[in-house]
Write a protein that binds this ligand. Structure first.
Ligand code: SF4
Length: 195
């Protein structure tokens, strides 16, 4: 049995149940700045990063880890944001250890896979406190696209389409989801105008 060397509890550190039962805060606890750097430092920066191939949005895990390990959270954010517009959500909700990035990580076979979700979560939370410039939009194509449904797929797809220069209108049946959609953190100014 190999000793775990992943930072924090495995698969993640949990809030004290005694405190948890008095509030609605998250069960999963974040890394501190030192911890996120230490965890990212464990990444081997593989020549063939299988973690990226295992990610449905091809998140640049290696680039994120490389930047986070040297406290360059801005670059780490940009690496993630390149292909993932819902980084705070996927960091928390993706089943990383179940067939995705952490399951594919080569370190899984010699100890503990890199805490990719927790690193991404730290970077997403860092960006919430240190707002970065919106991703640039390519030249307008003049094309209009309707997206049905303001769920995660609709929002993520709309963000990408807008980024490629298309005008996007999201249609959502339920009022609450439409409201959530408006709250969603796509900070493309013209994208917001169209929702
Ligand atoms: S497979 Fe694991 S060690 Fe290799 S680049 Fe991806 S996260 Fe780093």
């Amino acid at each position: 049995m190999v000793d775990p060397n992943r930072i924090g509890g495995f698969p993640f550190r949990k809030a004290d149940p005694e405190i948890r039962k008095t509030n609605f805060s998250e069960v999963q606890q974040s890394y501190s700045e030192e911890e996120v750097m230490q965890e990212a430092e464990r990444c081997l920066l593989c020549g063939t990063p299988v973690c990226i191939d295992a990610c449905p949005v091809l998140l640049d895990v290696r680039g994120m880890n490389e930047a986070a390990a040297r406290r360059d959270f801005k670059t780490a954010y940009e690496r993630i944001r390149e292909t993932n517009s819902l980084l705070g959500v996927t960091a928390r909700c993706c089943p990383q250890l179940q067939g995705l990035c952490e399951d594919a990580c080569v370190l899984k076979w010699s100890g503990q896979p890199i805490g990719i979700g927790l690193i991404q979560r730290y970077i997403a939370d860092w960006e919430r406190k240190n707002r970065q410039k919106p991703v640039s939009i390519e030249q307008e194509t003049g094309k209009k696209i309707a997206v049905i449904g303001a769920g995660p797929a609709g929002l993520a797809g709309s963000a990408l389409l807008r980024r490629y220069g298309h005008q996007v209108t999201i249609y959502e049946r339920t009022k609450n989801n439409a409201r959530n959609c408006l709250k969603a953190e796509f900070r493309y100014d013209s994208f917001k105008d169209k929702t």
